[in-house]
Each structure stands twice: as structure tokens, then as C-alpha cells.
Design a protein around this ligand. Structure first.
Ligand SMILES: Nc1ncnc2c1ncn2[C@@H]1O[C@H](COP(=O)(O)OP(=O)(O)OP(=O)(O)O)[C@@H](O)[C@H]1O
Ligand SMILES: [Mg+2]
Length: 273
């Protein structure tokens, strides 16, 4: 389903993401690592869990030092992992009540993922990579091709559709990964350090794409270590030891992302490359 932000309507929708008292721990006994814990619960002395709401159309950067729980949070938001306790409602649906088949449907239809390491398939053309999520969704071949080409055009890589990962630069590979993430028209894009392996110019190209996806109504949650990247977001969360310690709004949810104009120029440069 596509969502278009109508600026005439005040923004008070049901949050696309609602998490309550969410914890994730690994290991047992003294060796337990509380990857997500929230503040201490005064009643029990144990972790109270993390509470977080993210509205449709928001653009959220998640920051924090290594090991603070960013990827753990992202993997739960993306239904790639399950919490130890607490609730996660995605579009109002309690994800904890879904079975494995329903979860894979949610992942395929609602969420696009982009990872630091691109996660492309070796020896496979850009076009075939981008078609893959559509194949899983049961879209027929001609329609797959048409939509995959449209997604590659959007990221400025129509000309490179026949190229394999080893024939593309890092920035181009990540743009293929973005095309693959958006080809199913998901309402939400989750990106775990999408620019972590890119030089500054490729970083700008990829951020320009993500800015544009948010500007057309997609909810974006992006993990980053870099202030320069976080400046593109409308809201910045900071995690320390599995707890959200800072939550700063940089731009309104229902407006454009803060860097849309400049990054469009950078994107143009990317398209010409
Ligand atoms: N599968 C696992 N088994 C045991 N511990 C884990 C596992 N995954 C993560 N952890 C621990 O949970 C904590 C949070 O890890 P997480 O990957 O979420 O950190 P991060 O903020 O993404 O760090 P980075 O910036 O290095 O990617 C860390 O202490 C990590 O060692
Ligand atoms: Mg991580």
C-alpha cells in the first residue's frame, strides 16, 4: 500500500511502529547480555524495556556506540528477530502473534532492508537482484522485469542493469540494494549503516535516494555512526547500553527531510556518473 502525505491533514495517525517494554537479551545467568533493556523498572529492579513510537512518514536516525543495541533494535523492527519480552505493533498488528509464514509476508510486503555490506548475490546481474523480492511475492516474469527496471531507473542505474556486483562501484552496489529494497513498494525502509562502507560521494548519492524515498511518504529508520548522515533525518535517537537516552526532532514528520534540496543535486551527479 502506498501512503501519500497530505499536508492539509494534521499528523496524528496510528504510529507505524509501536514498541512497549521491549527487551532482548542473549545468554543466561551471569553471562546475560541485555542488548535492549530500557531504564530500570523501579518495581522489580530489572530492565523495564524500551518504549518507542514512530509515525508514518518519519525519518529516524538511530545512533549510539558499538554494542549499544542498534542492530538488535533494527532486526526486531524488521521482523528478522524476536524480542525476549515486550510488544511490537507494526501498523497496529501485534507481530508477536504472527506465525513464521505471516512474518515472511510482512517482511516481503511492508519492509525494505538495506545493509552496510550491500548483501548482493555474487555473479548475478543488477536486474536479477532487484527482481528477486518480486519473484518471492509471486509477481509474473514480465511484470517483474518492468518493475525492476523502474526501480533501477529510480536509483540512476538503468544503464547498469546487466552488470554483476564485481562490475559495480561500492556506491552503485548500494544503489542496487536500495532498488531491491524499494521494488516491492514497502511502506517502511530499514537501513543498518547503509553508508558505512561508502566514500563521501557515494554516501551523498545513497542518502539522496533515501531522502527522496522519505519525501514520497516512506517511513525510514536508518542506523548510523556519523553526524553527517544523521543530519538527513527528521528525528535522531541515541542508544546507550540498550536504552534510548536521547530523542531529538530535527524536522516535522509531515514536511520534507532536511537535506532534500542539496541531496537532489548530489543525486543528479550520481545519475550522470
Ligand atoms: N547473537 C548474539 N549473541 C550474543 N550477544 C549478542 C548477539 N547479537 C548481539 N549481541 C550483543 O548485544 C549487544 C548489542 O549488539 P548490537 O549488534 O545490537 O550492537 P550495535 O549497536 O548494532 O553495534 P555496532 O555499532 O557495532 O554494529 C552487544 O553487546 C552484542 O555483543
Ligand atoms: Mg550494528
Amino acid at each position: 500500500m502506498r501512503h501519500v502525505i497530505d499536508k492539509r491533514v494534521p499528523a496524528h495517525p496510528v504510529p507505524v511502529i509501536r514498541i512497549r517494554r521491549l527487551t532482548k537479551s542473549y545468554g543466561h545467568g551471569d553471562a546475560t547480555v541485555h542488548a535492549l533493556r530500557g531504564p530500570d523498572d523501579p518495581a522489580t529492579g530489572g530492565p523495564a524495556g524500551v518504549d518507542l513510537d514512530i509515525e508514518q512518514g518519519d525519518y529516524v536516525a538511530v545512533m549510539g556506540s558499538s554494542g549499544s543495541g542498534k542492530s538488535t533494535l533494527m532486526n526486531i523492527l524488521g521482523c528478522l528477530d524476536v524480542p525476549t519480552s515486550g510488544r511490537y505493533l507494526l501498523d497496529g498488528v501485534d507481530v508477536g502473534h504472527l506465525d513464521e509464514q505471516q512474518l515472511s509476508l510482512v517482511r516481503n510486503r511492508k519492509i525494505g532492508f538495506v545493509f552496510q555490506s550491500f548483501n548482493l548475490i555474487p555473479r548475478t546481474t543488477a536486474l536479477a537482484q532487484v527482481e528477486l523480492p518480486l519473484a518471492y511475492a509471486g509477481v509474473r516474469a514480465s511484470e517483474r522485469r518492468r518493475r525492476a527496471m523502474a526501480a533501477l531507473s529510480l536509483v540512476g542505474l538503468a544503464e547498469r542493469a546487466g552488470h554483476k556486483p564485481n562490475e559495480l562501484s561500492g556506491g552503485q552496489q548500494q544503489r542496487v540494494a536500495v532498488a531491491r529494497a524499494l521494488v516491492t513498494a514497502p511502506a517502511m525502509l530499514l537501513a543498518d549503516e547503509p553508508t558505512g562502507n561508502l566514500d563521501s560521494r557515494s554516501t551523498e548519492e545513497v542518502l539522496a535516494l533515501i531522502d527522496g524515498l522519505n519525501a514520497t511518504g516512506r517511513t525510514v529508520v536508518l542506523i548510523t555512526h556519523e553526524d553527517e548522515v544523521a543530519r538527513h533525518a527528521k528525528r535522531v535517537l541515541r542508544l546507550v547500553d540498550g536504552q534510548i537516552v536521547d530523542d531529538v526532532r530535527q524536522a516535522p514528520v509531515d514536511g520534507p527531510p532536511p537535506f532534500l534540496y542539496e541531496t537532489h543535486e548530489a543525486y543528479g551527479a550520481g545519475v550522470r556518473a
